[in-house]
Design a protein around this ligand. Structure first.
Ligand code: MN
Length: 138
């Protein structure tokens, strides 16, 4: 992470990658969702991993602005962002108010709490997350 940032290379974080990035930038985590008041099921097992199960709302003026404002994602996490790291912006939230995506445009950092690598074959918007990364648009 340090080397990529120093080389000004883009970073796409997925799930734990989002959590690591947040901590790297000085943020904190709830180490378990039971420490929050969330009523959303963020561990969707036994629902298959390619099936989106909870809603998020997405900031239009962000790198994920191409997603529908009310989008559905899959969810396999029990930790979640508490305090946001310095210089990071929360750009998507669950209906429980918890952070589902972050970015730092200047540093070319984008991270999502869900797993687009499980859904890209059927969810074109999730596929586009990898496309903007591959095209250097992060
Ligand atoms: Mn989730």
């Amino acid at each position: 992470m340090k080397a990529a940032l120093e080389a000004n290379k883009p970073i796409l974080g997925v799930c734990r990658g989002l959590q690591l990035l947040n901590v790297y930038f000085g943020g904190t985590l709830y180490q378990d969702l039971r420490l929050t008041s969330s009523q959303i099921k963020h561990l969707q097992s036994p629902t298959p991993q390619e099936v989106p199960t909870h809603h998020i709302s997405v900031e239009k003026e962000s790198s994920l602005g191409f997603l529908p404002e009310n989008y559905m994602v899959n969810s396999f996490h029990h930790q979640v962002i508490k305090d946001l790291g310095q210089g990071l912006q929360a750009i998507a939230h669950g209906n429980d108010g918890l952070v589902e995506a972050i970015e730092n445009k200047e540093k070319h950092v984008l991270a999502v709490q869900w797993h687009p690598e499980c859904t890209w074959e059927t969810e074109n918007f999730d596929k586009k997350i990898f496309e903007i990364f591959a095209n250097g648009d992060i």
